[in-house]
Structure formats: C-alpha cells, structure tokens
Design a binder for this molecule. Sequence first.
Ligand code: UT7
Length: 333
Amino acid sequence: MSQMLGVALRGTGSCLPARVVPNDEFTDALNLDTSDEWIRSRTGIRARRFASLGETSATLGSAAARTALESASLPATDIDLIVCATVTPDLMCPSTAALIQASLGCRHIPAFDVSAACSGFLYALSIASQFIRTGSAKHALVVGAEVLTRALDFTDRNSCILFGDGAGAVVLTGTPVLNAGVRTIRLYSDGTRQELIQVPSKVTPNPAPGAPLQPRLEFIRIVGREVFRFAVSRMIELIELAEVDCRELGLSGIDVLIPHQVNQRIIDAALESTGFPPEKVVVNLDRYGNTSAASVPIALDEALRTGRCKPGDTVLLVAFGGGLTWSSAIITL
Ligand code: UT7
C-alpha cells in the first residue's frame, strides 16, 4: 500500500449576500411579535444576510470557492474533487457540487453533495481529507453553502429570526508531513431525534399503499429549547474530547475555537462548563446569524483574513445540527 499523506489547509474563502437584514426588519416590515432586544439578548444576533433573486447555494458556493482558490494560488483545473455540504441545494439533481464544478471550469472530477445540516461542512471535510490521505486526490475543494432563508416561515418567530445565507470554502492539499493540517475529525448522528430540526424536501415521500396522505412540510421547523440543550451538551463533550485528541498539545495548545454560529448563549454555556477561554473563541453570529453548513467555513475564513488566527495555529472546529448530527475537527493551519 502506498504511504498515507497529511492533509494541509491551503486556502479559504467565503461569500455573503449583500443584503443585510437587521432585527428591526422582522418587526417593521413583517409585523412579527418580537423585538430587536429579545433577539439580541436571547441569541446574540443583530443582523443576517439574505440571498437576493438569482443568488443560490451554487452561486454563493462558487464565489466562496473562487476566493479559496485565489488564496491557495491554485487554478480551478488543478482541483481533483469537490464536496459540497448543503441542505438547501439549488436542485435535488444535479448536485450543487456539480453546478460549482461547471461554474469554476474544473476538469471532469468527482463532485457531490453531503447532507448533514449544520455539521455538513465537517462531514464534507472528513470525506475530502480521506481522498487526500490515501492519494486519491491531490487538491480538494470543500464547500459549505446554504440559502436557508428560502425555507423560513416568516410567521414563526421561534425560527425565522435565527438564520442567514452564505457560503464558505477551503482548499485541501496532500502533503508528505502526516501530522500537518487536518489532525482529527469526529462525526456523530442520532436519527431518533430527527423531529427536532427539519428542513422541507421538494420531493413528497410516497405513502404506503392505503395510508392517508401526510401533510407536506413546507418550512424549516425547530424545537428550539430542546436543540439548545442538545447543542450545549454536545459542545461541552466535543471540547472535552478535543483534549483527548490532542493529548500532546493539551487544550491550551488549541489557539482558536470556531464553533457553529447558532446562539451566543449556547457558546457561553459550553465555555463556562469547560473553562475554555472565551478570548480564543471566534464569533460572527451577531452579523450573519446561523448559516448552517456555511457557518464554520465562513468564520474560519474571516478569522484568517482578520488575523484572529494565522498559519501555524491549531484550531478546533465544532458543529451540531439537524439529524441530529454533531462533529469536530482539529486542524493546524
Ligand atoms: O443550528 C441548529 C438550529 N438552531 C436551533 O435550533 C436554535 C437552538 N435554540 C435556540 O437558539 C433557542 O432555543 C431559541 C433562540 C430558539 C429560543 O430561545 P429560548 O431562550 O430557548 O426561548 P424559549 O423557546 O424557551 O421561549 C421563551 C419564550 C416563549 O414564550 P412563552 O411561551 O414563555 O410565553 C417563546 O414563545 O420566548 C418566546 N419567543 C420569542 N419572543 C420574542 C420565542 N421566539 C421569540 C422571538 N421574539 N423571536
């Protein structure tokens, strides 16, 4: 068997729609029974971005991928694999990854989507890393792209204030240094709790013969309080597991924690319980809300571009969401 390779993070990029939607828009334009004060104090969100007409997961994902390729100094024709994480694909078929492959002008490489909601980017990162580790791909593009605001019920104050649109991307490259770049990835799911977060499908399931037709789910639905509890406990567990995973560094060897951007109170509760230093945590949910699979790569790209982290730093990425799913990764940049 040929030798296993390390997986270096070679470039990052992101793309946010231009349209900023501040909290006040829910009360002023949509007459929703909420307030800027409630949203800020209960979630930390001040604004989010909404995709405009013509903007989709594929267009945002392609733009994020182009920026990632630029930062990696690689032409699109060098990419050997595209994995796109999304629960809001432009179409059920072809995949969003295939649309990105066409838009970038890549060769006839493998391109496919992964569905794991807010954990999707780390699931996609894990798959692409394994292609690279085994030498099946030299350069891979991993994208998280979402337009969840297209599935929002603007009469449901429990959910519609939480989400925003956007995309983030990274370029991974094989390296002979085995422990460089992506060090560990953990992925989990629990489908028995599927009802806590649901995003509608455009495909209606076939009913069993003789069974009554089910009403179609049209909008995203969440059981917020339950998800909150789940998210805090999983984030605590994933931070504690990171200490096991990077035994030689210890938790103090983690320079930056990038959690899924969902609710400031979830992040604060997990930090308080684990004692992880808040000054090492990257938060941008105040500006973008919850962008699902795009949240972690957008925050990673922003952290690198603003100097919150730099090459050589070790980052812990943590995500949780529909499925239920939860996941983490430790990467040395
Ligand atoms: O990434 C995965 C998807 N994300 C999630 O599922 C979100 C996770 N959950 C959360 O972030 C929080 O649970 C929420 C922000 C959704 C809700 O915050 P909470 O502190 O857990 O509130 P709650 O659900 O316990 O509701 C408290 C009250 C309720 O009123 P009553 O029953 O006490 O009269 C809600 O109806 O707050 C009310 N409420 C609101 N009030 C004003 C819920 N949403 C709003 C709102 N504005 N937007």
